[in-house]
Design a protein around this ligand. Structure first.
Ligand code: PEP
Ligand code: MN
Length: 342
């Protein structure tokens, strides 16, 4: 339920209200407005009696039932858009970011080369998987800890924060030691133990939509991260399974406005995994931006022909540079700005 406090409520009354919310078994999430303070009391659906009880407490103006099952992700509980800040840029509320890099970290030369040119062409974040969730157990599984160390080296040289995937709850501590942002992949988007562990890590989380997830399910997965007390979350539409085979997945562009209507969280597009083929990556990225995305995460490889995973969809440097040009041209039309990498 949502508790709206009276204007000018004293600190003491406010503290007493928070204590009562907790005593009733709810977790308070406070958001300060201009004249009112909103407290999202998160927990089981409240009985009418409990809502009456809160209405009668000092300092309470209104008690409203939150209609959405995804409460912390909703505008009701959090009326301001969430903005995530990084040393190189911001995402959300008109701020746009590009994360780019190879599908997987394969070698020192490869990740350093990619980090240097993605920065040069204006990306604000470096991507690269150290732990790869592969459909086949015989396929390249990533370099593991060594991959994380290489990402840290690339960050030290370029200043780009790094986003990398964490594939199981027992790897969260290790990945969080190195990464600036924990990626949870499409195949793990409903791994609830992983969502909770990542939520508890204190690191920002980039959550991909599962390939057969409805948007409601996606928002409930977000709720698992948020309910661990982690507000730094980005949702990524990366394509869903449909009957269409011409692309690897079908980019659900409509996910962007639909999610934005439901949540304050930044919404990104991953055009690479949706396209599956490099020639479609830029048009899909632009479609996502036109639909209102707050960022993109794109795969690019210094030598895509030799990539150990997702070779067909990774952009070579020149194509990545062209993508960045096109993004820069489009952003002003949607009232968004891309930070210039430091
Ligand atoms: C990836 O980013 O390389 C990846 C595996 O993405 P997804 O989880 O969206 O398939
Ligand atoms: Mn990939």
């Amino acid at each position: 339920m949502l508790i709206v406090t009276k204007p000018g409520i004293s600190q003491e009354t406010f503290e007493a209200l928070l204590a009562e919310i907790k005593r009733q078994g709810y977790t308070p999430h406070v958001s300060e407005g201009e004249s009112h303070t909103l407290i999202g009391a998160i927990g089981a659906p409240p009985t009418p009696e409990l809502m009456e009880h809160f209405r009668a407490l000092p300092g309470v103006d209104q008690v409203i039932r939150i209609s959405k099952p995804h409460k912390l992700a909703s505008w009701e509980v959090h009326p301001e858009p969430t903005v995530l800040d990084f040393p190189t840029g911001r995402t959300g509320n008109g701020h746009f970011m590009v994360a780019a890099g190879p599908c997987g970290v394969e070698s020192r030369e490869q990740i350093l080369a990619a980090a240097r040119y993605v920065k040069r062409h204006g990306a604000q974040m470096l991507r690269g998987g150290a732990f790869k969730p592969r459909t086949s157990p015989y396929a390249f599984q990533g370099l593991g800890r060594e991959g994380l160390e290489l990402l840290a080296e690339a960050r030290a040289e370029t200043g780009l924060p790094v986003v990398t995937e964490v594939t199981s709850p027992d790897l969260v501590d290790l990945v969080a030691e190195y990464a600036d942002v924990l990626q949870i992949g499409a195949r793990n988007a409903q791994n609830f133990a992983l969502l909770k562990a990542a939520g508890g890590s204190g690191k920002p989380v980039l959550l991909k939509r599962g390939m057969s997830m409805t948007l409601d399910e996606f928002l409930m997965a977000a709720e698992y991260v948020l309910s661990e007390g982690n507000p730094q979350l980005v949702l990524v539409e990366r394509g869903i399974r449909t009957f269409e085979k011409a692309t690897r997945f079908t980019l659900d562009v409509s996910a962007v406005p639909v999610l934005k209507a439901q949540t304050h969280l930044p919404i990104w597009i991953d055009p690479s995994h949706a396209a599956g083929t490099r020639e479609y990556v830029t048009p899909l990225a632009l479609a996502g931006i036109a639909a209102g995305a707050d960022g993109i995460i794109v795969e690019t490889h210094p030598n895509p022909g030799e990539a150990k995973s997702d070779a067909a969809q990774q952009l070579p440097e020149e194509a990545f540079a062209d993508l960045m040009q096109a993004v820069r041209r489009l952003l002003p039309a949607v009232d968004k700005a891309l930070a210039v990498s430091a």
